[in-house]
Structures are given as C-alpha cells and as structure tokens.
Write a protein that binds this ligand. Sequence first.
Ligand code: PMP
Length: 305
Amino acid sequence: MNKTENIWVNGRLVAWDQAQVHVATHALHYGSSVFEGIRAYETGNGSAIFCLDQHVDRLFTSAKVYRMEIPYTKEEIRQAIIDTVRANKHRACYIRPLVFRGLGALGVNPQACQVEVAIITIEWGRYLGPEAIEQGVDVGISSWQRMAPNTFPAAAKIGGQYINSQLIAMEAAEHGYAEGIALDSNGFVSEGSGENIFVVRNGSILTPPLASSILQGVTRNCVITLAEDLDHQVREELIPREALYMADEVFFTGTAAEITPIRSVDHISIGNGHRGPVTGRLQTEFFGITGGQIPDRHGWLTPVS
Ligand code: PMP
C-alpha cells in the first residue's frame, strides 16, 4: 500500500503519518467499527465518485444497526469524502470511510467510548488480479459459513464481522483460489469474502436474497439495474451449491472486485470456462459508465471537481 498525502481524521486533513490511534482504542480490541469501500473513477472528464450517496447511506444504516451515533451529518461525510479525494489529487482511487469506537472503556460494552471518523484514500487496481476481469477467477466453497441471521447483522458493514471474511479469504488463498464462496447457515450460497455473487442459467439471472446473510452490495444493486436495462430479469432466490456447478455463467460483484467472472468453482469449470456473454455485456455497461464512454443514465457519478 502506497501512502497518500492526506487522511481526513475527525474533521480535518492530516498527513498520513499523523493519522494514528491509541492502543486502548475500543475498535482494536472488539472490532467496533463500521466502514465503507467506495471507488472513484477517471471518467475522461475528471474523476468521479461511484454511488457516493448509496455508500454514505449504508454507512449510516450500518451505524444505526450497531447503535452508533456518527458525529457528522450525511452531507458532512459526503463532502469530506469529496474533499479527501480532491486533496490527494487522485484520478482514480479506493476510498475507505471508517467510523470507530475510540477511547473510553476497555469493557465489551462500547457505549462510553467516543466515536471517531477517518477517511482514507489509496490508489488501488484490480482487486482479484490484473487478468481477472477478462479471464475470470478460480474459486472454492469455503469450509467457513456466513454468520447465521441471529448471530451478527450481516447486512450491516461492521468491522468485527470481517473476521468471518478473513477466515474465508485466508483459507481460499491457502488452497490456491483467488477467493472463497461462503454458504449461509442453511447451506445455500451466500457470497464471497468481499463480493456478492450472481448465477446465470438459460438466460435467467439469480442472486441470493438478503436472508442468505449477504451484504446488500451497492454494485449488486447497480448490476440488477443494468441487467434490467438489458431486458434480463434478476431473481433473488435461495441458491443451492450445485447450481454454481450447473450454471452457464457465475460472477462476483463488489466495489473492489467490480464485475469479475468466475471460471471455476472447486475445480469444476463454469460453462465453457471463459467469461460468458451476459457477464461480458454487464461489464461493457458498467465499465462504460464508470469510464465515461457511456452516459451516466442512472446518476451514479459524483464529479470530484
Ligand atoms: N459482500 C461483502 C461481505 C463485502 O465486503 C462487499 C464489499 N463491500 C460486498 C459484498 C460488495 O458490496 P459493494 O458492492 O457495496 O462493494
């Protein structure tokens, strides 16, 4: 990770090396944070932040579920994100707003701790490797399942929950896979450690419902919209594991992973083992809009300058 010049911390821009926390910070001990991952793209007409409002909304709903009061308004956070991207003179970048419980108590109950906010921006390329977008990735089903609905609120993007994602990601890497797919507590397909998943079969597009312990991805919502623009119906449905092996196409969506084809699951080839036509058409729309070659018909881009 390369340093950037500025990090926004509690209302002001500070130098990278100054953006530090105390070791008694509650979030370090108990994962008491909520966060977002957002991308800014070079559109050919300056950089623009993708789905900024949707991400800021999710940050606030994650905080609400976790009973955390963010000491800024949505508009202030939105502006702070734009200011940080601008201050670091990024053309394209990954943006990480982080809200965390700081000092105040070492006990488990976090309510005595102050709530702090940071916004980090970094240059970041293809999350699952440079060839992944065209060639697709090889993945495996994880032996770790996603959290059951009555254990953690999977739809809220809470730091501590990412221990589950880390276990999935580390196991996948140990097995030589680019990523792992977790099943939900009933054995249906849930999602990757940091991506939602879509399955294409006989022209129909399926994706797991919120009840399968998924994060309701911003990219997932955009891909559903783009699929509908292309006259495909997307159904949110429980997906058994074998539906992945039987699919014509499978792909991941996520801010980091964008739209990444999956070419094999558990060493079983998906379709003909190459990016399929539906995935290709969705990528053309997605990268066309984010790259500024296709008009932003859904109003997803916020110019930085
Ligand atoms: N699921 C998980 C567990 C994630 O961490 C992410 C990345 N935020 C996603 C799905 C995809 O969500 P989004 O499209 O909003 O980035």
